[in-house]
Design a protein around this ligand. Structure first.
Ligand code: TYC
Length: 111
């Protein structure tokens, strides 16, 4: 059987077969999520700094700045991650806080 294009080149314009081409790129950037720490009156400042160093790869200075921001403003960003990574960070922080009997809250929100 002759290809449609070749038939048309030869002047045959009778209906043939068609291919629907995809115009949408098939790669999508993943949605990003902020991981936030929430202030409370009981979790020790040093514990929050430790959390930021341990789970968010912050150095002591960065960790201290973020902790003081949360202490002053009530909430602050620890990092931005894809869904599964953000979810893992939240679980790790919440498990660690619970294990040490601190009420520290960690949440994620879509950017
Ligand atoms: N407010 C706490 C205190 O004075 C410190 C703190 C900072 C707690 C950040 C939680 O996410 C937090 N000990």
């Amino acid at each position: 059987m002759m290809a449609d294009e070749e038939r048309r080149r030869r002047g045959d314009n009778t209906p043939g077969t068609a291919v629907i081409t995809r115009t949408k790129p098939q790669v999508k950037r993943p949605s990003l999520y902020r991981v936030l720490l929430i202030n409370d009156d009981y979790t020790p400042m040093e514990f929050v700094v430790h959390v930021l160093e341990q789970f968010f790869n912050k150095n002591r200075e960065e960790a201290t700045t973020i902790m003081l921001h949360v202490h002053k403003h009530g909430v602050g960003e620890c990092g931005v991650f894809t869904y599964e990574v953000a979810e893992t960070k939240v679980t790790q922080v919440m498990d660690f806080a619970r294990k040490h009997q601190h009420p520290l809250q960690c949440v994620m929100e879509k950017k």
